[in-house]
Design a protein around this ligand. Structure first.
Ligand SMILES: NC(=O)c1ccc[n+]([C@@H]2O[C@H](COP(=O)([O-])OP(=O)(O)OC[C@H]3O[C@@H](n4cnc5c(N)ncnc54)[C@H](O)[C@@H]3O)[C@@H](O)[C@H]2O)c1
Ligand SMILES: [Zn+2]
Length: 337
């Protein structure tokens, strides 16, 4: 899969872990986290400078951004040095932001090791960190020079992290490719690399059309996310994983679509069925906190003065942006889910 953007293009390649390192430049700095290092560190060719960070969302911070920049400087990195983000979305976003800023931008390579980062965060060029004031508040667009998809890394992923990524996979089926839903494995069955590559090709089509998220068409990727982000916000980022939150969000937003006459009747049941099949949650106690959730949704970039913003299914496999949804309708869908 080749992704084109305003300043060039990059390849997303499905490749073995060891072979991927054979394709990387020798002037390389590797940044990873402790979990990934414990599992894969020995397979990194010896002598390559490596920085190992603590795992978890807390590392996606300005503080660690600063430390990564300083480490690059101390290690003698130049404008020609490539930086490899080896890990999940936390490492991808933090290291990508570091690469965007070091000497005003050095080449970034992505080797995503979680399902979520493989099908979503490693592609599209969005990089950044969280601020104490909110998630992803500082960042940049810095597309990678190459993305290496090593499906073997998924074998060591904890079950819950795997399902977390499956939520985004199922989402691609709902918004852009109904046929994808028939190809998905049941719980416990392995996920074929072709499914990951199919998702990436779908994301490629969307981001090529709206590279800087300016026309609104990139917002289709946000199905389930208005409610999902609100759930993550209200529960304090942690107890509910992103994929779990958007899974619940997709059910609420399917109900909303039906109530608004946008989605055909039965959409919510179909959405629920596909998510349950992947062992994903489709309801939660937090949905009772309708007013806190609605407050969080007002801050969503799709919302405006005339209502809340949602990407809603016009049928399974098709999605459209709506930006003036009345709050009462949303509260009803929350209480029904
Ligand atoms: N830039 C984007 O477009 C974009 C899109 C979606 C999400 N994100 C960001 O991605 C982040 C979430 O990413 P994530 O879900 O990958 O979380 P993560 O990076 O925290 O990884 C989840 C956990 O899995 C561990 N891990 C990673 N690879 C492993 C492997 N192969 N085997 C075993 N354990 C492994 C990690 O150490 C971590 O504990 C969030 O910060 C989110 O904002 C960014
Ligand atoms: Zn998401």
């Amino acid at each position: 899969v080749i992704v084109r953007h305003s300043s060039g293009s990059y390849e997303i390649e499905s490749v073995g872990f060891d072979a991927a390192f054979g394709e990387m430049p020798s002037d390389l700095r590797i940044i990873t986290d402790e979990n990934v290092d414990r599992l894969y560190g020995e397979r990194i060719p010896s002598g390559m400078p490596k920085l190992v960070l603590p795992p978890g969302e807390g590392t996606k911070s300005l503080e660690w951004f600063g430390r990564c920049l300083s480490w690059l400087a101390e290690s003698g990195a130049t404008r020609k040095t490539s930086v490899l983000a080896l890990g999940g979305g936390v490492i991808g976003d933090l290291v990508g932001f570091t690469a965007s800023a070091y000497m005003r931008g050095v080449p970034l390579l992505q080797l995503p090791t979680t399902l979520l980062s493989q099908v979503d965060s490693a592609v599209g060029g969005k990089v950044g960190v969280d601020l104490p004031e909110g998630k992803n508040l500082a960042g940049a667009f810095h597309p990678p020079k190459a993305v290496f998809i090593c499906s073997e890394t998924l074998n060591t992923l904890p079950e819950r992290q795997f399902r977390n990524g499956m939520a985004e996979v199922v989402k691609y089926g709902f918004i852009l490719a109904a046929e994808l839903l028939d190809d998905l494995p049941g719980p416990g069955e392995p996920l074929g690399t072709e499914v990951v590559m199919k998702c990436l090709d779908l994301k490629r089509q969307v981001v090529e059309e709206d590279e800087y998220e300016s026309t609104g068409s990139r917002a289709v990727l946000n199905y389930g996310h208005t409610v999902g982000h609100a759930i993550e916000h209200v529960t304090g980022y942690g107890p509910v994983l992103h994929g779990e939150a958007i899974s619940i969000g997709m059910v609420v937003e399917a109900d909303l679509g039906e109530a608004l006459g946008v989605s055909p009747l039965g959409t919510r049941d179909l959405v629920t069925k596909h998510l349950q099949r992947q062992g994903l949650p489709t309801t939660s106690d937090v949905l009772r906190e309708g007013h806190s959730l609605a407050t969080a949704m007002r801050r969503d970039k799709k919302s405006g003065p005339r209502g809340l913003g949602f990407s809603l299914l016009t049928r399974i496999g098709e999605c459209k942006l709506f930006s003036e949804v009345p709050e009462e309708a949303v509260l009803k869908s929350l209480s029904r889910t």
